[in-house]
Design a protein around this ligand. Structure first.
Ligand code: ADP
Length: 207
């Protein structure tokens, strides 16, 4: 079997990446979530976690030995050099693990999805053949992210401001899913893309 095409799915916080990924999964598409992988690579016992504890000190670990992500975020938010150190450590490890989890298995369709909020900000975009952007207006993004996480407005606004601007992301898109619509209409957009991806990447085309 030829390797499946890797298609990237991205969007800002609260844009609906997980929701849209779920719709693709319900069609049988294998999807790997970069947020999940970013957590996996710093589980207790990993080399990356040992290095982080060695660099920043054991106070970055919770009493059960897991990474205190909030403490780490606060630390690197204040210090760009520490942030660079952390990214230099984690990005290659995450990339390797993504590649491992995206590997084809017996039931893989002609394409798989890499779901990542940082697809375009990191070198993860070099792993994909196409970029699908999940898009909503900023007001919708803000309202949905606040409601989902029970977070105050200013915190979500700060995260949105730190992410790639909506227009820039849209300029990099090969395909756009309008997720401001009700879910049944979003599902129709997903089904239409799925049909296109299946025909474009069918194994006949790729051998
Ligand atoms: P992301 O993974 O991009 O951060 P989510 O998929 O978690 O975003 O979506 C953010 C919130 O918005 C979730 O609570 C989700 O249930 C809700 N949501 C997503 N898409 C829609 C939609 N089309 N209509 C209404 N609510 C939606």
């Amino acid at each position: 079997m030829s390797d499946p095409a890797i298609i990237g799915l991205t969007g800002g916080i609260g844009s609906g990446k997980s929701t849209v990924a779920g719709l693709f999964k319900s069609l049988g598409v294998h999807a790997v979530d970069a947020d999940d992988v970013a957590r996996d690579v710093v589980e207790p016992g990993t080399d990356a976690l040992a290095r982080i504890a060695g660099h920043f000190g054991e106070q970055l670990l919770s009493s059960d030995g897991t990474l205190n992500r909030a403490a780490l975020r606060t630390l690197v938010f204040k210090d760009p050099a520490e942030r660079e150190w952390l990214e230099a450590l984690l990005h290659p490890v995450i990339r390797l693990e993504l590649a491992r989890q995206l590997k084809p298995h017996e039931y893989t369709l002609p394409y798989v999805l890499l779901v990542s909020p940082l697809l375009l900000e990191t070198d993860q975009h070099t792993m994909v053949e196409r970029v699908v952007v999940v898009d909503v207006p900023e007001a919708v993004q803000l309202a949905r992210a606040m409601a989902r996480d029970n977070n105050p407005r200013d915190q979500v606004e700060r995260i949105i401001a730190a992410q790639m601007p909506r227009e820039t992301r849209l300029e990099r898109a090969d395909d756009v899913i309008d997720n401001s619509l009700p879910l049944d209409q979003v599902r129709q957009q997903v089904e239409a893309l799925h049909r296109r991806f299946l025909s474009r990447h069918s194994s006949l085309d790729r051998t």
